[in-house]
Design a protein around this ligand. Structure first.
Ligand SMILES: *Cc1c(COP(=O)(O)O)cnc(C)c1O
Length: 438
């Protein structure tokens, strides 16, 4: 529940369990059963029965009976992670996180006020994860008028009394600096039990490991397979990396970025160097500094916190850090590339026209890069991170005249919405939290 560790670093499990001996016995498990087996490997302070009940509850709100179905397209497969309440893959982790937080707070008698900033998908997934929960309130800041209409409706139509949407008259950066500023007031943070559910939370990574295993079983347990992952904060693909380290036979992890390609450059050159943020057709990946990357470094640097610290300090101070490659590439298990907006829209068009599959722009980035780097003799799995109906604009640019909808989004159109308008003013936001916190 602490998110960041006290020294400002990220939390990682020291040992990654090797589950190769158990894989055979997990054949035929449902998604929730498999999640129970995998999470039990990491969780030693929640009784197994309770953990399984939390998992079952977390995936009961998905609208597909396989939870994360694998579907064939062309000569590869797509792993659809968007069947949760907000139609983006973040539901898989945040539904679980909300239930775990509630369970822990019930046990300890505590309460929690979650504070977050969003430019789009994370806010609604976090709200859906904790709406109506005892002892938890959630305050989400978003830039007024800068999120899409769909994304705003997904947040502001939630009627539960523990949900507080705050529309800030400013940019997403203003929202983030307000949050940073409030968290840095440690007395305030303690007094009002402030917490976060951002992507550095370890429990989110844990929940995401599961679907890599599930997909392998759904594919019929191939000897090896490649996985392509559209990447922003490096959380999704990092879970794949852990699955691989646990013994899942992933051949290559294909890391796909949009024009915000800091990670693609790193895996090809060893240089990690900050650029300007570009706004793209895949906005959930418009990120320059990927928070989970630090975790990956720790494992690659043989668990040396000093070396991670040196790397991150150099990056913070100069905007650049480098690792010397001993081998041809830093890590042979990764290949990486980026897709432009034009390539993304072409990919959407191609797969819709040739194969009748409508990919959202994030998924299309992954498919585009995967086609460039895949080994044709190895089965390929592309991860689909959002339902296309969330990104109507990109779909209509790729496929003029085409409309796309989803019943969950249609339902929101007639619901009343609620939000509080506040200026870019720390004191105003604090005052609002004080007034509404439990
Ligand atoms: C968050 C998100 C991503 C990026 O995932 P990371 O774990 O941050 O790499 C990709 N696609 C969609 C739709 C997302 O919401």
């Amino acid at each position: 529940m602490m998110g960041l560790s006290r020294d400002g670093g990220l939390l990682v499990p020291h040992n990654v369990p090797d589950v190769r001996d158990q894989l055979e016995s997990w054949t035929g498990c449902t998604f929730a059963e498999l999640a129970g087996h995998i999470m039990t490997e990491f969780v030693d302070d929640i009784p197994e029965q309770d953990l399984q009940a939390l998992i079952d509850k977390s995936y009961s709100r998905f609208d597909h009976d396989r939870i994360t179905p694998v579907v064939p397209v062309d000569d590869f497969h797509i792993l659809e992670l968007f069947h949760g309440p907000t139609l983006a893959f973040k539901d898989i982790a945040l539904q679980f996180l909300g239930n775990v937080f509630e369970y822990i707070l019930k046990d300890s008698g505590g309460c929690l006020n979650i504070l977050g900033a969003t430019s789009g998908d994370t806010g609604s997934a976090a709200i859906e994860g904790v709406r109506g929960k005892d002892s938890i309130n959630i305050f989400i800041l978003f830039p007024e008028g800068r999120t899409s209409a769909v994304q705003e409706r997904q947040m502001t139509t939630v009627p539960d009394k523990n949900v507080f949407n705050i529309a800030i008259d400013g940019s997403f950066d203003d929202c983030q600096s307000l949050i940073k500023n409030i968290f840095s007031d440690l007395d305030f943070k303690d007094e009002y039990h402030l917490g976060a559910v951002n992507s550095v939370n370890w429990a989110r990574v844990l929940a995401q490991i599961v679907y890599y295993f599930f997909a392998w079983f759904e594919l019929g347990k191939p000897r090896v397979f490649d996985v392509a992952v559209p990447t922003g904060n490096f959380g999704d693909i990092f879970a794949g990396y852990l699955a691989r380290n646990m013994g899942l036979p992933i051949n290559k992890l294909i890391l796909a970025t949009n024009s915000n390609d800091i990670l693609a450059r790193f895996f090809n050159t060893g240089v990690y160097s900050r650029g300007e943020v570009h706004f793209s057709e895949s906005p959930a990946m418009d990120i320059q500094v990927s928070s989970n990357f630090e975790r990956y470094l720790w494992y690659q640097l043989a668990g040396s916190s000093d070396k991670v610290n040196e790397f991150m300090t150099s990056f913070q101070q100069t905007g650049t850090a480098r690792l010397d490659f001993n081998t041809r590439r830093f890590d042979e298990s990764f290949v990486a590339g980026s897709a432009s907006d034009a390539q993304t829209l072409d990919t959407i068009q191609h797969y819709h026209q040739q194969f009748g599959y409508l990919a959202d722009p994030h998924t299309a980035v992954g498919i585009c890069v995967a086609k460039r780097y895949r080994d044709p003799d190895v089965p390929l799995l592309c991860v689909a991170t959002a339902h296309p109906a969330k990104f109507e604009g990109a779909i209509s640019r790729a496929l003029p005249g085409e409309t796309v909808s989803h019943p969950r989004l249609e339902l929101l159109k007639d619901l009343p919405s609620r939000k509080e308008h506040l200026p870019v003013d720390v004191e105003a936001v604090k005052k609002y939290i004080v007034k509404n916190s439990s």
